[in-house]
Design a protein around this ligand. Sequence first.
Ligand code: NAG
Ligand code: NAG
Length: 336
Amino acid sequence: MYWSSLLLTAAAALVPGAHGAATLRFSCSQLVVDRLDPLVNPGVIPSPHLHQVVGGNSFNVTMDPSVDISTTSTCTSCTPTEDFSNYWTGVLFFRARNGTFKRVNTMGNGLGFSQANGGQTVYYLSSGKVTAFKPGFRMTVGDPTFRTAAQLNAKYRYMTYTCLATDMTRSGATTNFPKGTCAAGIMVSIRFPTCWDGVNLDSPDHQSHIAYPAGAGCPATHPVSIPQVFYETYWDTRPFNDKSQWPADGSQPFVWSFGDATGYGIHGDYVFGWKGDALQRAMDANCNSDLFSNAINCPTLKTQTLQQANTCTTKRMVHEDLDGWLKELPGGMQVM
Ligand SMILES: *[C@@H]1O[C@H](CO)[C@@H](O)[C@H](O)[C@H]1NC(C)=O
Ligand SMILES: *[C@@H]1O[C@H](CO)[C@@H](O)[C@H](O)[C@H]1NC(C)=O
């Protein structure tokens, strides 16, 4: 059931081709939760809103695109040890009835990665021949200012929330926050576009150099098929399922660190950092990872255990309370 829903979604985003399909799936433990954004706000410390970050430990307030981060990182929180990329998203908060905010933790994906210290599951998907990213490549998907379904649907695809009744739940995805309690947490799925202009490693809005497929293949403006980068983040909302603490008007209590209580501002950031041709090799080998174990099932890649991945963390650079019941979101982000 899981695979079929995943593949349907993935297939819709990908270009069919003569080559096989790769479904590389692995865990990246939490590297750091910090108010930094080297892609959208390079050099700005603190950045406007809080992020949860996974991947290589050269994540920093500034990340010069001319520096190959696979050569400057000394560890990665991902299980493929040649992947020093950084992957990040906003952070969920619970807003209690009394108006205070409590940060929600990420947790290991119950399907194979429950021993991970939070973070997220990362996929690289393909159907047919794809060209892996190059050092310096970066991109974002989604827009933190969006607050309506119409805004989201007009520009982006395949970014969803799944209200987990169990770890196995893979139906009923929505593009806004789930309205009721979710017994096993909330899964946030963020999928990036799969076509590249073939020239630019980045663009001023971090998105114009990539595009969604149009009809049967990539559009002429963005002719190169790239792997589909896909995150699944499990948010541990279980401690917040007491409805007596939910808003008195019956609305749902979760809000993103960028002040979004709708969910439509969902977005993700990616900085490529695989070593050498490791990602290209894995895609060319059509690696298909096991679903119910933590096996990457990709002999061409070197890997480490979840426990080893858990040991790769960085120190927070912005010192502020992230664990108490906060009067306001970090950075004073207003909920609007
Ligand atoms: C982050 O960048 C600063 C300089 O901007 C540097 O001193 C520091 O070593 C870097 N940290 C990491 C983890 O690369
Ligand atoms: C607000 O509500 C939370 C959840 O019940 C509670 O833990 C916290 O102490 C409350 N804070 C204040 C200032 O009342």
